[in-house]
Ligand binder design. Structure first.
Ligand code: XMP
Length: 317
């Protein structure tokens, strides 16, 4: 029978044997998978694991500082990199969702390559890949699509020429969480909703600017904090807000306003492949809507997304 303790002991022994006294570099996202994978590798090889956490300017409000702090408390050897401007530059004028993903992905690769090149004698790349990612990359993109190839890698960034170590690639998400809890990783990280790699970049419909990110961060903060304060956060699989590329007419005092619309989304799901919208209480939605409109400059209308997946997707881009 699978238990997290047996898995952890076996995994640490396996990592020690495989890696020996080599160094491993690994990118962290603040998410569950990379955090648990890094903690396991850290238990096995200590300071020889060097983690890189990039601020892409598309994270939630305060997320970079808070998560970096948690990582340091966990004893991880982590380098925080402020690359916000690089990502905003790469995204300037880009409106197509897939083009945005590509711009964000490429900027990340550049930053990560630059950081890993500063390190001496690294032989391995740690990754938080879990079993469903393995299946998906084989069935959707073919096995060569992921950052996994060890051979014939001329032209790739240097870090991609490293051998890959993926301690979680046989586990499902709930098992990863169980392992994370057994490793005593804080609940703030373990119980966190999934968050897409491109972050708020694909929740700002149309082109992304630093100013729009700031607006959406404030909206998202009020919504997520509201869910937590009302005890609803753990009943939701994923939640967030979208900043729409349209303005609508409103009124404030005697003034007509013409400002932005945001959409809130909260879904229940098992694996993200299908999802149902969550029937959040009207009182909660009303309170959050008021708070957003009163506090966030430039937003005068809030709508709630009641579409399920399929045919809608969870993200709007
Ligand atoms: P969709 O929108 O396809 O999302 O229903 C399903 C799940 O995947 C996440 N998602 C992404 N995660 N990079 C990621 O790392 C991406 O480009 C991306 N697009 C969507 C989404 O947040 C949801 O959990």
């Amino acid at each position: 029978d699978w238990t997290s303790d047996v898995f952890i002991d076996a995994s640490i022994a396996d990592l020690k044997a495989k890696i020996g006294s080599d160094k491993v570099v690994m990118g962290l996202s603040g998410g569950v998978d990379s955090s648990v994978a890094a903690t396991l590798i850290h238990r096995a090889i200590g300071e020889n694991l060097i983690c890189v956490f990039v601020d892409n300017g598309l994270l939630r409000k305060n997320e970079f500082e808070e998560v970096l702090d948690s990582y340091k408390h966990m004893g991880l050897n982590v380098i925080g990199v402020d690359a916000k401007q690089k990502f905003y530059d790469a995204l300037a004028g880009v409106t197509d969702p897939e083009a945005k993903r590509k711009a964000i992905g490429n900027a990340f690769i550049e930053v990560f390559d630059e950081e890993s090149n500063k390190l001496e004698g690294v032989k391995w790349l740690g990754q938080g890949t879990i079993y469903p990612d393995v299946i998906e990359s084989i069935s959707v993109k073919g096995p060569s699509a992921t950052i996994k190839s060890h051979h014939n890698v001329g032209g790739l960034p240097d870090f991609m020429k490293l051998s890959v170590v993926e301690p979680l690639n046989t586990l499902f998400k709930d098992e990863v969480r169980e392992v994370g809890r057994a490793l005593e990783i804080v609940e703030k990280i373990i119980g966190r909703h999934p968050f897409p790699g491109p972050g708020l970049g694909i929740r700002i419909l149309g082109d992304v600017t630093a100013e729009k990110v700031k607006t959406l961060q404030e909206v998202d903060y009020i919504f997520i904090k509201g869910l937590k304060d009302s005890g609803l956060y753990d009943q939701v699989w994923q939640a967030g807000a979208m900043l729409l590329p349209i303005q609508s007419v409103g009124v404030m005092g005697d003034e007509r306003t013409y400002e932005k619309v945001v959409a809130l989304r909260a879904v229940g799901s098992v694996d993200g492949m299908t999802a149902d919208w969550i029937h959040l209480p009207y009182e909660f939605l009303g309170k959050i809507s008021n708070e957003i409109i009163n506090k966030v400059k430039g937003v005068n209308r809030v709508v709630y997304d009641i579409s399920s997946k399929p045919p809608a997707t969870i993200e709007w881009e």
